[in-house]
Design a protein around this ligand. Structure first.
Ligand code: ATP
Ligand code: MG
Length: 397
């Protein structure tokens, strides 16, 4: 049970402080939400210019497993969360010895490891793609043809499509496993996708659970490009099933915090779970402007032991991810090295909300920010989102 940490409370002469492991954009948006509610914040991230560190009351710039850094974070924080799943599980366990940590080390350890994750989905009765775990050359030999063509994914440390190779033949599989350094992998059958969806749930320490509506996601080159949460896009019967599955997955690990579950919807109408992220998710950024509470507000509430109230989506929403590529080809023209895409043109559109993460250097594929478009109707939000995409040089969807 997380203790109740009332916003603005003063403990030992200090404003009550919420801590976060990781200083990326998700940490930054958590910090903003926590501060808006009256909490002080602490960030542990080795990068002195981390997006969250730049806006936090405290920034501890040590390695994630540095005992002194962890001790410092625990000393100033009344409770601690995480913003990325590859935070070393032993570091969370160290923090948990003296402070409430949500999500807990056990849930994070499952999400860090594709094999454990799939076993967890199995235990929860939620179907995933046919797969095999590959740890030895013998495992590689014994896979069945049913898994080909497939995707070989490293069991650990993959993100944004990194650590994945698509393979069609047994020889290609051998080559791919060698190229990945013969580390532990899962081979997943390549499925014919109709669409991709995700569901974000928040669960409190006493088992209360709420969820956001189902998000419809478009990935390009393994990276989320567009999220749409508009009327008529996701069949309500399908949406109900995905929400139930996401809730079962959270319940199955007595999860505390915000959890995102990603799904594949297949061309024959069936669906499978893909993976889970033990934190707010890129596909939930629309909640910041289209819902009465954002995914980061709910992360604060679960961490501080505050009540969870079902969030309400008040506007139709489309989110465009702003990758570093745009800094080089907005409007089809190269931006100057220091220049920015033409935000002035984008912000002239009704219902446009720009979120940039404070990263100084743009690089292709780097998540620099996101743009939320909101409107009263699905048609209106789509028109404006397509206009924004055209201005920025993002391919239409
Ligand atoms: P994330 O940044 O979401 O953590 P990731 O690197 O963990 O990404 P996955 O979500 O496993 O990668 O896969 C990335 C994308 O590749 C998926 O969103 C989907 O478009 C495609 N993909 C992955 N697995 C399969 C599959 N079994 N069949 C078809 N497409 C797949
Ligand atoms: Mg994914």
């Amino acid at each position: 049970m997380n203790p109740l940490l009332l916003p603005g409370a003063v403990i030992d002469g200090q404003q009550v402080t919420l801590g976060v492991m990781g200083g990326g954009q998700l940490g930054r948006m958590f910090v903003h939400a926590a501060q808006a509610m009256g909490y002080a914040t602490a960030v542990l991230d080795p990068d002195p210019a981390s997006p969250a560190g730049l806006v936090s009351h405290h920034h501890i710039a040590t390695a994630y497993e540095d005992p002194q850094g962890l001790a410092q974070l625990a000393a100033c924080s009344a409770a601690i969360t995480t913003e990325f799943e590859n935070v070393p599980a032993p570091a969370l366990a160290t923090l948990a010895a003296t402070r409430p940590v949500a999500p807990g080390a056990a849930a994070v350890a499952i999400a860090q490891d594709r094999a454990q994750e799939k076993a967890h989905f199995d235990r929860c009765g939620v179907p995933c793609a046919p797969y095999a775990v590959i740890e030895t050359a013998d495992h590689l030999e014994s896979i069945t043809d049913e898994l080909l063509p497939g995707i070989l994914k490293t069991t650990r440390m993959g993100y944004d499509g990194k650590g994945q190779v698509r393979i069609a033949t047994r020889q290609a599989l051998k080559d791919a496993w060698a190229a990945l350094g013969q580390v532990s992998c899962v081979l997943e059958k390549m499925l014919p996708l109709a669409s991709e969806c995700s569901v974000i749930v928040a669960r409190s320490a006493d088992g209360e659970m709420v969820n956001f509506p189902v998000q419809h996601n478009l990935h390009r080159d393994g990276i989320l490009a567009v999220t749409q949460v508009v009327e008529g896009l996701v069949d309500p019967a399908l949406a109900a099933q995905l929400v139930a599955a996401a809730r079962a997955i959270a319940q199955g690990v007595a999860y505390v915090g915000v959890l995102c579950v990603e799904f594949f919807v297949l061309q024959d109408g069936r669906w499978v779970v893909n993976e889970m992220a033990p934190r707010p998710h890129n596909s939930g950024h629309y909640t910041m402007d289209a819902c009465d509470q954002s995914q980061f507000d709910l992360q604060v509430r679960t961490l501080a032991g505050l009540p969870l109230v079902a969030p309400r989506q008040h506007s139709q929403a489309i989110m465009l991810n702003l990758l570093g590529d745009l800094w080089f080809r907005a409007n089809g023209k190269a931006c100057s090295k220091e220049g920015s895409p033409p935000w002035n043109e984008v912000l002239a559109l009704p219902g446009a909300h720009l979120h940039l993460y404070g990263k100084l250097a743009a690089r292709p594929g780097r998540k620099m920010g996101h743009l939320n478009l909101i409107a009263a109707t699905a048609a209106e939000v789509r028109t404006n989102a397509l206009r924004a995409a055209a201005i920025l040089g993002i391919e239409a969807f």
